[in-house]
Design a protein around this ligand. Structure first.
Ligand code: F6P
Length: 364
């Protein structure tokens, strides 16, 4: 048996741990493993390496991906890099499939988020034996309780909240931390709860400007001259839109969010005599070592993916439910985004300890 493996979309801690988990489990069965470089780009352009035990030895701890990745490589709408010089996209999916056949690859493990898994689903519809593994710091895939990479991003965000606390307190300032997460507020919500944030702003609960100001004033009235706000990059007001920082042509989702924290600072400084400072955490959330949880989860995902291949259960994605690995169809995996439910226990927990979501309609 010869299997292929690739990592697609944005990187995150734990990718190497999955590559290791898949490779070691497959080699143990006497299979061969081919790693495609730079996500689906390697598949279309026939760029790959043979993975041996020594290639994956010691990589469980390393962030990023030894295979490289791409968030613009889509075999069904392929553009050459650099994107600024790229012509119109071409459907090169048949080439990708024929490359796999020529290499004698019997199954492909695609590790990625919704974009990568959507492509995996379409390749499966063309007859490729595919197994998906859910990656993303955003934790926004509905078919799994958690994706790997999220816990590591959460650790970075929570440490940032902790560090901002002391400086906010010393200077009597409002410190605003902007986290990633795209259209889901998981990183902001959980780091906000874990770090004791005073105001948490997430896309799922659109804010009201006057209610953010009221929450800061309420704290001041209690003698608390500083506030910590954790805002997800996708947060928006009840009447407003998300803040787009960049458009990346050729990417499955071309919109890049960012900058909402500056809006929030402007709103507060416009109404209250207080100094605000903004920290946009950005790609720090995607770097560095995976947490123990992510290493454990990624290793489990990798081994389980090989098990699915052995049982010929293709067109499926490894998932994590009730603290166990299981699998779901790729179709179910990409159907809906997993977003924070405003009536969830987590939101109620935050409200119970006095956290504001910048909207007075949400209260306990
Ligand atoms: O999906 C992961 C993620 O880090 C999002 O949280 C963020 O919005 C986006 O990717 C950033 O993408 P890029 O690396 O292309 O700037």
């Amino acid at each position: 048996m010869k299997i292929g493996i690739l990592t697609g979309g944005g990187d995150c801690p734990g990718l190497n741990a999955v590559v290791r988990g898949v490779t070691k489990s497959a080699l143990k069965k006497g299979w061969e493993v081919t790693g495609f470089k730079d996500g689906y780009r390697g598949l279309v352009e026939n760029r790959y390496i043979k993975l041996e035990d020594r290639d994956v030895s010691g990589i469980i701890i390393r962030g990023g991906t030894i295979l490289g990745t791409s968030n613009t490589a889509n075999p069904f709408a392929y553009t050459l890099e650099p994107l600024s010089e790229a012509g119109s996209p071409k459907d090169l999916s048949a080439l990708a499939v024929s490359n796999l056949k020529k290499l004698g690859i019997g199954a492909l493990v695609a590790i990625g988020g919704d974009g990568t898994l959507n492509i995996a689903k379409k390749l499966h519809e063309m007859g490729v034996a595919v197994v998906g593994v859910p990656k993303t710091i955003d934790n926004d895939l509905s078919a799994t309780d958690v994706t790997f990479g999220f816990d590591s991003a959460l650790k970075v965000a929570t440490e940032a909240v902790d560090k901002l606390h002391t400086t906010a307190e010393s200077h009597h300032r409002v410190m605003i931390l902007e986290t990633m997460g795209r259209y889901a507020g998981w990183i902001a919500l959980r780091s906000g709860i874990a770090g004791g944030g005073d105001i948490i702003l997430i896309p799922e609960i659109p804010y009201r400007e006057q209610d953010i100001v009221a929450a800061v004033n309420e704290r001041r009235a209690k003698g608390k001259n500083f506030s910590i706000i954790v805002v997800s990059e996708g947060a928006k007001s009840e009447k407003g839109e998300m803040t787009v920082s960049k458009v990346v042509k050729g990417s499955p989702d071309p919109l890049r969010l960012g900058g909402v924290s500056y809006k929030i600072a402007g709103i507060i400084e416009g109404e209250i005599k207080v100094e605000c400072r903004v920290v946009v955490l950005g790609h720090l959330q995607r770097g560095g070592e995976p947490t123990p949880f992510d290493r454990w989860l990624s290793t489990g995902f990798g081994a389980y993916a090989v098990g699915l291949i052995e049982k010929k259960q293709f067109g499926r994605m490894v998932a994590f439910k009730n603290f166990c690995c299981t699998s779901v169809t790729l179709k179910d995996a990409v159907t809906a985004l997993r977003r924070v439910r405003p009536d969830s226990q987590e939101v109620l927990t935050a409200l119970s300890v006095g956290t504001s979501f910048g909207n007075s309609r949400y209260k306990v």
